[in-house]
Design a protein around this ligand. Structure first.
Ligand code: CP
Length: 326
């Protein structure tokens, strides 16, 4: 079954969250609005709402993560769910247990949700196809395919600063080819009606099919950044590169690194985003990463509210339709 089909239940409500591709604009707006409701929980005296009390959520991270794993855990705890972080390297996966056998064992412990990061594209979809009907699966990043909760927290951050999507120019700069984040952002930006989406990078790091993604391709960063409202920088994902795709990091920084003089070509009120982890002096200068236009750490904070929204919606307890506990 296609991911777009499997992630909705028979009434068209989110059951899993595997990809942004194919979702309706209203679903994305519901997620953003729900996250807006949750965004004040972190500054309350008691940082908790009882919405997912009694639910058990298992974080299954087969790849390293700082931001995504931590904010999923915080989001689950702020929704009052019980959350377990499985250390894959010390689990019985290291003794040859298959992924499906591992899942069956967690199902036998009456869990309600798997949050999955995996190095293989399609892993979260595979798991969603095989779990018991009451269990929801959230994709926390699969290979170079998708990172949909990152895409949504980026849309939340853009909406907070720019209010509307219909009049924006957004540039995504760097290693588009290997970036699951870029793919999810491009789907979301198109669905939300952004008219000018630019991808900027060397030919070796732009997918050959970019023209079919609804974006404009630029190889000259100075032309690509001109008058944009949002600049999203991406890290070079060397762990997914095969062979020599780049000159030295020094040359890359000279050509594509975001420095104050290049940022000056964007609109004066442009925001600078980065999903992290950032590599200072490779894709972004420290003076920009830490500068007044950077919203990089806001993105991290917004990740908690977005993940609370998506977890509550997929478990069928969205405060859009059910105000309990908010
Ligand atoms: N943005 C992101 O996915 O960061 P982590 O790899 O630290 O989770």
């Amino acid at each position: 079954m296609k991911q777009q089909d499997i992630q909705l239940d028979s009434e068209g409500r989110l059951r899993h969250f595997l990809t942004i591709d194919g979702l309706k604009r209203q679903t994305l707006v519901d997620i953003l609005d729900t996250a807006e409701n949750f965004s004040t929980v972190g500054s309350q005296n008691v940082k908790k709402v009882p919405l997912l009390r009694g639910k058990t959520i298992i974080n299954l991270f087969f790849e390293p993560s700082t931001r995504t794993r931590t904010t999923f855990e915080l989001a689950a705890k702020r929704l009052s769910a019980d959350v377990l972080n499985i250390n894959i390297s010390t689990s019985s996966a290291s003794k040859g247990e298959s992924l499906l056998d591992m899942l069956r064992n967690f199902e036998a412990m009456f869990c309600d949700m798997f949050v999955v990061r995996h190095q293989t594209s399609g892993a979260a979809h595979f798991i969603a196809e095989h779990v018991a009907p009451h269990i929801s699966v959230i994709n926390a990043g699969d290979g170079s395919h998708a990172h949909p909760t990152q895409g949504m927290l980026d849309m939340f951050t853009i909406r907070r600063h720019k209010k509307e999507f219909h009049n924006l120019s957004v540039a995504i700069v760097g290693d588009i080819l290997h970036s699951r984040v870029a793919r999810s952002q491009i789907h979301a930006l198109n669905i939300l009606g952004v008219p000018d989406i630019r991808v900027i990078g060397p030919d070796t790091l732009i997918p050959k099919s970019a023209d079919n993604l609804g974006v404009h391709v630029y190889h000259d960063i100075r032309a690509g950044l001109r008058d944009v409202d949002v600049v999203i920088m991406l890290r070079l994902q060397r762990e997914r590169m095969t062979g020599a795709m780049l000159p030295s990091e020094k040359e890359y920084f000279q050509c594509y690194g975001l420095t104050p003089d290049k940022l000056a070509l964007a609109r004066p009120d442009a925001i600078v985003m980065h999903p992290g982890p950032i590599n200072r002096g490779v894709e972004i200068a420290s003076s920009v990463a830490d500068g007044p236009q950077s919203v990089i750490l806001e993105q991290v904070t917004n990740g908690i509210a977005i993940r609370m929204a998506i977890m509550s919606m997929t478990l069928g307890r969205s405060p859009v339709s059910d105000k309990e506990g908010v």
